[in-house]
Design a protein around this ligand. Structure first.
Ligand SMILES: Nc1nc2c(ncn2[C@@H]2O[C@H](COP(=O)(O)OP(=O)(O)OP(=O)(O)O)[C@@H](O)[C@H]2O)c(=O)[nH]1
Ligand SMILES: [Mg+2]
Length: 213
């Protein structure tokens, strides 16, 4: 009995995700799903990104966490619409949560919708949110082996953002090995190196976003 139920839940998610994707495509909204372990810097990257955007840009963020609205409060300071999705226990966002939290928003006018997933390198991978692209963050304090240990997450990502490069002098982390491991599970993956603290590499991140609009 367990197997058919799991399949049904996933199918339901895929159906809603397909509706969302069609809607985003029809309106020219670039939707980006950000996935990483807790603390890799998803919110920090979004803070930097929003801070650099002109106030007239039509950008919004949904940010997911199991508890607290801390991230929504951090992100709301930049003046763009932000909503917290509090999952109350679920270790990932699903398409229904995204759909529900878009109600009453001028979604159809958005140029970019960022989805910050719940901090987790496993669960979010299986849930299509209707996004156009997926970015996985890996910070230099996590170890170069993560793409090999969590291959599905890296395999389904379009971009890997190696974050916290300002810490490289203090931690034994080989950028070359991290890149090599990511390419072993996803040969096509694009890779950017950034520091959300120093700002290094963020120009290339911004260019990557603009290229997808
Ligand atoms: N040194 C350094 N610290 C960073 C950098 N980016 C983020 N941090 C710090 O890392 C910690 C976690 O950053 P967050 O942006 O909250 O990480 P997150 O991925 O959003 O975390 P969750 O939402 O809990 O999954 C914070 O203390 C940040 O200030 C960076 O480039 N360098
Ligand atoms: Mg966060």
């Amino acid at each position: 009995m367990r197997v058919p139920l799991e399949r049904k839940v996933l199918n339901e998610n895929d159906r809603i995700a397909a509706t969302l994707r069609e809607r985003f495509q029809r309106n020219g909204t670039f939707c980006l799903n950000l996935i990483s372990s807790p603390g890799s810097g998803k919110t920090a990257l979004l803070e930097r990104t929003l801070a650099g955007f002109d106030a007239a840009r039509r950008v919004a963020v949904l940010t997911g966490d199991i508890q607290t609205d801390n991230d929504a409060r951090r992100l709301a300071r930049y003046g763009f619409p932000v909503r917290q999705i509090t999952t109350g226990g679920a270790c990932h966002l699903d398409a229904r949560m995204v759909e529900r939290h878009l109600t009453d928003w001028p979604v159809d006018e958005l140029e970019i919708l960022f989805l910050e997933n719940v901090g987790n390198l496993v669960c979010p991978t299986s849930y299509d949110l209707g996004e156009e692209a997926r970015a996985v963050l890996l910070s230099v304090t996590e170890g170069e082996d993560k793409p090999l240990k969590y291959p599905a997450t890296f395999h389904h990502a379009d971009l890997m953002v190696l974050n916290k490069i300002d810490l490289l002098p203090y931690v034994p982390f080989s950028m070359e090995l991290a890149r090599e491991n990511a390419r072993r599970v996803q040969p096509e993956i694009e890779i950017l190196e950034v520091s959300c603290t120093s700002g290094e590499g963020l120009e290339r991140w911004n260019d990557w976003i603009e290229r997808h609009l």
